[in-house]
Each structure stands twice: as C-alpha cells, then as structure tokens.
Design a protein around this ligand. Structure first.
Ligand code: LLP
Length: 474
C-alpha cells in the first residue's frame, strides 16, 4: 500500500475500498453479484453505457422519501408545541420540472430565487400559491411576474423592495403576502455557530431594523405581512444555531405582535448531509425536535402563541439521492512528501462539480464497475479541465489497481452540483437520469456539441432565409 502523503486526518484507511458507506451513498446503493454498483435496481455500468459519462444519477424514491421525512419530522416536532409547519424545497439545490413535481407530490412547497427558477416551477405545473420567491436583488420584472402569476409569498430582502413589491401588487390589483428576511446575527457552519450582533453580509436586514420595516410594510395596503424569515447558513450538523437564532427571532416576533398579526416564522434551510464517512449530521428528527423545543420555550417566555413555522431545506432533500458517474481516463502516481499520491483523472470535473474548487468540499469515490481485492491506495480524483484546482475528490482510498476504463462513482452529488455546473473548457453539462424500481429515464438532457455551438454568434445559423433571419435571431 502507498504511504499517506497529505492524507487528511479525518480520512481512515478503509478495510474494504469497495465498501459503500451507509448514509453517504443512496439508500438503494448496493453491489450486484458481479460487484457492480446498482442504484434503485439499475446497474451503473449500464447507465454509463446507455447515457454516457459524466452522468448525474438521482434516486427518485429517495428524493420523495426525504421530502416526506422532513415534513413528518418537523410536522410532529412542532405539533408537540402546538404549531403547524410548511416545508419549502429550496430549488437552488437542484431544480427541474420532474424534481419540482416529486417534492410537490410529497406535500412540499417550493422556494425559488430567480425568474429562471420561477419559470421551471411554473413549467412543472406547480400551483403558484405554493411558491415562495426569494433573492437579495430581484429585478422589477421578476417581481412583477411573481406577483402577476400569484406567487404565494415574496421574501422582502431590503427597504427598497418594500415599495417595489407593493407597487407591483398595486399595478396587478392584488394583495401580496410577504415575509421580511432578517439577520439574526447567528451564522452556522457545520459543527459550530457564531453569534454576533450584526452580520456583515448581503442578505436581509438587521434584526434591529425589523420593527421599523414591518411598520412600513403594514402601511402598504397591497402587502400582507406574514412574518420574518431567516436563513443562518448551509450544511449545518446540529440544532444549536437554529435554536439560538429562533429564540432571537421570537423576541422580535413578540414585539411585532403588539401592532398586528404575525402568523408565521420562517427559519430557513441548511440541514447538513454526509459527504464522507467522517460526516455525522444529526438526524433530522432530532434537529426538528431541538428547534421546536427552542421555539416553544421562547414563545412561552414571551407569553405568545407559537406561530406557524416554515422551513426551506434544499441539500437535505436531494443531496444524498444523487451520485455522479465518470470514466477513469488516466492514472498517474505523483511523488509527494516522500510518498506517492495517485492522481485518477476522470472525464468531467469542476464543470459538473464546482464545490471542491469553490468551498474545498470533500467527497467519496468508489469504483462502480467492479470490486477488487487490491489494497486501498490514497487517491486524488481530478477532472479534465485546464486548472490545477480542478479536483473532484481531494482525498479518498480506492483499490490500488484502479485503472483507465474503470467507471467511478462519486457520492452525494445531488445538491449544488448540477445547479452550479458550467461549460468551462466547452464541456457540455451532463444529463441527469432518474432511477426508480429498476428503470432509468432522463430528466434533464445533457448538452451536446451542437448545444455548445448553438449560441456562438460567429457561426451562421442553418437557415435558408440567410442574414436577415440571422440578425433577427440575434
Ligand atoms: N433558504 C435560503 C434563503 C437559502 O439561501 C438557502 C441556500 C436555502 C434555503 C437552502 O439551503 P440548504 O438546505 O440547501 O443548505 N452552493 C452552496 C450552498 C449555498 C446555499 C445557498 N442558500 C454549497 O454548495 O454548499
């Protein structure tokens, strides 16, 4: 076995480098009799042969189940303190019309934050009343469209937006329900949270300004104030930050009640998932219970009823259900720190998963096309882009005989991979395939070379009408 040059402290040498860690891989992931990876009864090698690589694969039943699990977890936790819960799926994690329908059928609403996300949700046939519209810089056109199609709620993110939304509602002859995004001063990341008086960030308004802004909202007859909204971060592993934030919000919520209705409190998303076997997110039921307890206690201490609660998970719903399949192209031992690091290069990279480059995110890789007894060796899975930071998996152990032609699977790529995908180096963005009950179908087509060339204005469009049509198209 190779030595461990620069292996991170959290990464253990696995007993079996073919093993699929529970909680990291989709629940349905298994090896068949030939050692091939199977997801929801579908052979990964067959998927690669049929649809090509790189390929995003998502386990439909697991997305649906996770949506249902969040609804149940929060529904029962908050029922214990006398409140109901609305769950909004944060579409930024991964939105296509199919996914929008899956989560809606599971009883979730959907949060969108651009006109594009709104368009997908509408194209999916989601009742606009079940949509929440976010964003720190919605354009006037986006606001007008959201109001006119009857979006359920708009989250006001700045003083300027109060008039923008109210004016759009006035023009449309509607009363628009709104939330106000505030910063609770609590910022959480994975294991710990930081609590400050004011956050230095672009989203929302300081909690101290909420009373004044809510009074301004209430002065506009075209707006109906629902409550405050707060999102404290993403990939959070326990309830502590949410609980702290909720109790700060409830103190202000109680003040707001003295001047009118405040039926709701939106506590945002951010529930973490496992990307590697070292990640141990608290089960969602415990997080929900911790949040409900904090909200219940804060409301009791202010002598107010517990408002209806809304939450907005994204990653939690879709992240663990997704994997990405790649083909190994080259394997290259590189001497580092007196040892050897094996670079395994695949046919995708930072264009289909920007998270390692953007956030230093860790992932888990396994050979999908076979199992082998070869001793585990430390690898770095790299992409094919012209950039040294083009890393797919910074560190993991694979069987030492990993070789060109192997199919490689990377776990937990269901959230913020397709959403953040790019065409860097003119790679087409991969297709997304949904697997369920032994069957696979494309839910987002992959981009072809023709797609890549189609927007290049230097290439004449294939039209007999010639230049005039060309000009019109551009
Ligand atoms: N609600 C609001 C207002 C948000 O801004 C976000 C995420 C969510 C809900 C959903 O958060 P989730 O449950 O998915 O953690 N690209 C980054 C994550 C950015 C999150 C942005 N906002 C990543 O890949 O880690």
């Amino acid at each position: 076995m190779a030595t461990r040059p620069s292996a991170p402290a959290w990464l253990d040498v696995p007993v079996d480098a073919n093993a699929l860690a529970a909680g990291v891989w989709p629940d349905s992931a298994a090896r068949d009799d030939d050692g091939r990876l199977v997801i929801a009864g579908v052979d990964a090698a067959e998927l690669a042969a049929r649809f090509g690589t790189p390929l995003y694969v998502t386990d439909e039943a697991q997305v649906r189940a996770r949506a249902g699990r969040v609804l149940d977890a929060f529904g029962s936790a908050f029922a214990a303190v006398g409140a109901s819960v609305a769950v909004y799926y944060a579409g930024k994690a991964f939105l296509s019309t199919e996914v929008a329908r899956w989560v809606a059928e599971a009883g979730l609403n959907i949060d969108v934050c651009t006109g594009g996300e709104l368009a997908v949700a509408l194209a999916a046939g989601i009742d606009p009343a079940r949509l929440g519209f976010h964003g720190n810089n919605k354009s006037i056109a986006e606001i007008e469209r959201a109001v006119s199609v009857g979006v359920g709620t708009i989250v006001i993110d700045s003083r300027i937006e109060i008039d923008r939304v109210a004016d759009a509602a006035a023009r449309a002859g509607r009363v628009q329900a709104v939330r106000l995004r505030v910063n609770s001063g609590v910022h959480a990341h994975t294991h710990d949270f930081l609590a400050t008086a004011h956050e230095d960030q672009k989203f929302g308004v300081p909690l101290d300004d909420a009373a004044d802004l809510v009074a301004t909202i209430r002065d506009r007859a075209e707006l109906r104030f629902l409550g405050m909204h707060c999102h404290i971060g993403s990939q959070i592993f326990d309830a502590g930050g949410f609980a702290e934030s909720a109790s700060r919000l409830i103190a202000v919520h109680a003040e707001l009640l003295t001047d009118g209705d405040v039926p709701e409190l939106n506590l945002g998303g951010g529930f973490g998932i496992a990307y590697t076997a070292a990640d141990e997110p608290t089960p969602i039921e415990q997080i929900a219970a911790g949040m409900a307890e904090a909200v219940g206690a804060a409301c009791a201490s202010h002598g107010i009823p517990v408002p209806r609660i809304a939450i907005e998970p994204g990653r939690y719903i879709v992240g663990p259900a997704g994997i990405t399949l790649y083909e190994v192209g080259t394997v290259k031992p590189v001497e580092v720190d007196g040892g050897v690091r094996t670079y395994v290069s695949v046919d995708g990279g930072m264009s289909d998963n920007a998270r390692p480059a953007l956030y230093g995110a860790d992932y888990t890789a396994r050979i999908a096309s076979r199992v082998t007894d070869a001793a585990p060796t430390l690898v770095r899975v790299a992409g094919k882009h012209c950039e040294s930071g083009d890393i797919v998996v910074d560190a993991d152990y694979l069987p030492g005989d990993v070789r060109p032609g192997d199919l490689l699977a990377v776990a937990a790529t269901g959230a913020y991979c397709w959403s953040l995908a790019s065409n860097y180096n003119h790679l087409g963005r991969p297709a997304v395939v949904a697997v369920r009950d032994g069957a696979a179908r494309i839910i987002v087509r992959g981009e072809t070379e023709a797609d890549l060339l189609s927007r290049d204005a230097g290439i004449p469009l294939p039209t007999p009408a010639g230049t005039d049509a060309l000009e019109g198209a551009r």
